[in-house]
Design a protein around this ligand. Structure first.
Ligand code: SF4
Ligand code: SF4
Ligand code: FES
Length: 492
């Protein structure tokens, strides 16, 4: 009945549904699955710290104890057992409850209960457990200075040794998922602690903050920025690469604070890369463009949206789009604005690299969707199409150049801007004005960021992925490509 690690199952064993009983409740599971996980999947709320669905079980925290109904009273950690037909376990006996309470007291032995000031407060498994068991008194630390708070362990991470409950999730993630093994547990008894052999700087390091069941793993970026209960999460997709992981963006009216993974069986497990977690800072940056601007002798002056028809006048309208736009944005320009020319700017030399976990080198995230729309409209989406538009520019033309929201090759984009500058009137459509060569534009008009618009893209697998607009907006979300396309349509 105890889990035999690595024991193979035959094919007909593998998918067999069995029934077991937890506190008398009949539950079902695939034969041989992890007992704790099976109970959790059936909707039971069982305190646990070290077990994680996507990591090997460690049996370290002793919070998931159960007693077998027909047994001799011995207690077992359910995360170390298999779900078997007819198995009957209880976690509601006095004996089990007492043992769990002792485990919890042990975890709280040195743990400072400063939950209101902790980044994890409000979503911490330890906090939930001691509230449930009524252990509200913070026990006096054994000897306060043996362990440290906020030890730097990487460029993006700090470790609060006093809060660590030695569940080893962080070690197992680095050993088995990234394979970088930067952390280990050193010492014994009360001196045992997590130690970094080397700086934890791998591309997935910030997942440790989510995996840590308590507030011991601290993100330098998020530390003390906002309380969990003062934010709401928007589920959308990452625009960092063509994988397009599902993400949750935590925001409120005052700002955007963090990005975390939203598990999606088609694309990503419960983790994402650190780059994907960092792509929100421009949304509330000081260079966010809140209204149209005109360059006058090297200075920006505000103009109104209603000046746009006058700026366009009788000029030929040409759009240069990019492959990080949504299908709907590109369709709006091609089908609604019907400009005199449309071309596509592609980021160069992207390669086709994949890091083996999630990250892909292609940042033109929606190239599949955008190419399809261009092909349908019989427009050249290759560099040859862009070359033809740029080479043919005259003073009678006005170019709407859409600045990619996350530019990764500034020099390449700057070269394009320089080639257009002086040849035609140049309007930049952008989320931020400090991003790339914007000083060379004659006009800048705002666009919404990925968190302020809805739409679809096609990811690396050809799956349709949905961007969802958050509850809060920080720029002018109404002035999007559909708006500008309608203005152009009405003039022509
Ligand atoms: S730092 Fe967090 S994840 Fe790592 S062992 Fe300690 S409690 Fe567990
Ligand atoms: S792998 Fe790509 S899509 Fe996923 S989080 Fe990272 S950058 Fe974003
Ligand atoms: S969850 Fe079972 S021992 Fe930690």
């Amino acid at each position: 009945m105890l889990l035999k690690k690595g024991a193979p199952m035959s094919d007909n064993q593998a998918n067999k549904i069995i029934h077991f009983f937890w506190n008398g409740k009949r539950l079902s599971a695939v034969k041989g699955s992890n007992l704790l996980q099976a109970a959790l999947d059936n909707g039971l709320d069982i305190p646990h710290f070290c077990h994680h669905k996507e990591l090997f079980s460690a049996g370290a925290c002793r919070m998931c104890l159960v007693e077998i109904e027909s047994g001799n009273g011995e207690l077992f950690p359910s995360c170390q057992m298999n779900a078997e037909e007819g198995l009957r376990v209880r976690s509601d006996t006095h004996r089990v409850k007492n043992a769990i309470k002792w485990s919890l007291k042990f975890h709280l032995r040195e743990h400072p209960l400063d939950c209101p000031a902790c980044d994890k407060g409000g979503e911490c498994s330890l906090q939930e457990a001691y509230m449930r068991f009524g252990l509200f008194e913070s026990p006096a630390p054994l000897d306060g200075d043996r362990k440290n708070t906020l030890v730097p362990i990487g460029d993006r991470l700090m470790l609060n040794e006093k809060k660590c409950i030695l569940c080893t999730r962080c070690i197992r993630f680095l050993d088995h998922v990234t394979g970088t093994s930067e952390l280990g547990a050193f010492g014994s008894g009360k001196d045992c602690k997590i130690v970094a052999y080397k700086s934890v700087d791998n591309d997935y390091s910030l997942n440790l903050v989510d995996l840590c069941p308590v507030g011991a793993m601290v993100s330098r970026d998020f530390h003390l920025k906002q309380k969990v209960w003062l934010m709401n999460d928007v589920e959308t997709i990452c625009i960092g690469c063509e994988t397009s992981c599902s993400i949750k963006v935590s925001q409120n009216r005052a700002g955007v604070y963090r990005i975390r993974p939203a598990k999606d069986p088609d694309v990503n497990p419960n983790w994402i890369c650190d780059y994907g977690r960092s792509i929100f800072h421009h949304i509330t940056a000081t260079d966010r463009l809140h209204g149209p601007m005109k360059s006058v002798n090297g200075r920006w002056e505000t103009v109104g949206y209603d000046n746009l028809p006058e700026i366009i006048g009788k000029k030929n309208v040409k759009f240069i789009l990019n492959s990080s736009l949504t299908n709907e944005e590109v369709e709006a320009v091609i089908c609604e604005a019907k400009p005199d020319a449309v071309a596509l700017y592609n980021l160069p030399n992207e390669g086709d690299d994949f890091d083996g976990l999630l990250q892909r080198s292609k940042k033109n995230i929606n190239w599949r969707g955008v190419h399809r729309i261009f092909e349908k409209a019989n427009i050249d989406h290759q560099n040859s199409g862009l070359e033809a538009v740029v080479a043919g520019l005259t003073k009678d033309d006005i170019v709407f150049l859409v600045v990619p929201e996350l530019i990764v090759d500034h020099d390449h984009f700057a070269t394009l801007v320089e080639r257009i500058q002086g040849e035609a009137t140049l309007i930049g459509l952008t989320t931020n004005y400090g991003v790339c060569s914007t000083e060379k534009f004659e006009f800048l008009f705002p666009l919404p960021t990925f968190l302020e618009k809805s739409g679809t893209i096609k990811n690396y697998k050809g799956l349709n992925r949905c961007l969802r607009k958050g509850e809060n907006v920080y720029g002018d979300a109404d002035r999007d490509l559909l708006y500008y396309s309608k203005v152009v349509r009405d003039i022509k």
